[in-house]
Design a binder for this molecule. Sequence first.
Ligand code: SF4
Length: 478
Amino acid sequence: MKLLFIQDTIDSESIGVSYISSVLRSAGHTTDLFIASLEKNLFDKIRTFSPDAILFSVVITKQDYYDKLGNELKKDFPKVKIIAGGPYITLNNSFALREWLDFALIGEAEEAVVELIHALADGGDLRDIKNLVYKEEGRLIINELRNLNEDLDSLPFPDRGLYLKYPSFKNLTVKRFLSGRGCPYACTFCFTRKLRDIYRGKGRYIRKHSAERICEEINLMKRESVLRTVHFSDDLFLTDKKWLNEFYNIYPKKVGIPFQCNLTANVIDEDIIRLLKECGLRGVGIGLESGVEEIRRKVLGKVFSNEEILEVARLLHKYKIEIYTYNMIALPHEKIDDALMTLELNRRMNAKITQCNIAIPFEGLPLTEMAIKSSLLNDFSLTIHMNKRPESPMIRVEFPEKFERLFLLFPFLSRFHVGFSVVKLLLKLPLNFLYRFLHRLTYFINMKEYYDISFLSGLMIFLDIKKGERYLKRFFKK
Ligand code: SF4
């Protein structure tokens, strides 16, 4: 069968989609991916490809997009089956009630998708397909969830060619890999805890590929495209110390390319940093989120002190390892001075690249419930808000305009250490057009450094990102 994935913009490469494509190809099917914002005539291209089914990985912030696109596709291609999957649908099965949607796959779907496509081709019984959700006479049928695949090495290598055909992905010298799946933590703003609950009793949630296998996958990518830095995009790279020793013995010899990964302050000590440095660690992403310990603990569910994080930063600098931080502002009960403490802690850590987000109250998460309980949440559509006013706070805070300005200035101010009296003055001035320019400029510089790319490649990616923003605006206006 011919199967087509559609993604809205180049926001990010979905390794999940690459895995699904790869199992389908191994089962003898043809697959392709179209990134809608980069295709001049998307519907003509779909017509030419003539798929038997179209597949989406639905991200929570993009539900409205897929709703609109799904409806349009169903009108133009009524015979083509539409299949959707992803963590959002796993947690919200009722998404599958959409008229335009034929089937939804929940959980890790590598086996289920192959069974479904075979059933569609040969007329198998849908009731036997675990992880499948579908409608029967207007009623939702939710099949049982299968056990987690504990042997990740049994999966074929993800089909990276899907994305590499687009220069914006091909030219990146930093490429993403997953060395494992799962995270043991329970941050209040993240879906991990809920997914873990759904899978309780269904096998080990935290799993790793063998080091041998991940090295093979990286070497394959090295042969097929430019690769100067490996980015392990696992939620948390260090979940198994025994595995780390295996990695230490193999990675430097078999791959030897510098790498970046995500770690959390409470799993790092000097021995681990030294060992990772010897393996080739170039940079570490840390979810700092807030500079105020109490907010981090009570509101976000993250338990490490400022003293601990500063010590980790000191050690990382000692071993010449770059620090990238993820931060969040406009949290329930947060004051603008708290958010400024987040900026200050980033500066004290001397983080090379900082990313700051406005807190997003996703449905059903503890952070969102906290905001609802305190009457800090307006009724609004997440996707529309994110497309039209992504810079403004979604949770009610005092002086939202200052949070908006801080969001725009955060990457710039953590890079260029302007005094706090000047920062406070800047937050009072309605110069958002200038702050937006500084935000984009710093974003561009950060991206260029993080991905270690030429000015021209950086510019091309930046223009593709802009193309995506324009595409979404046009799409929702139609
Ligand atoms: S550490 Fe990261 S992936 Fe794990 S629960 Fe927290 S935010 Fe989610």
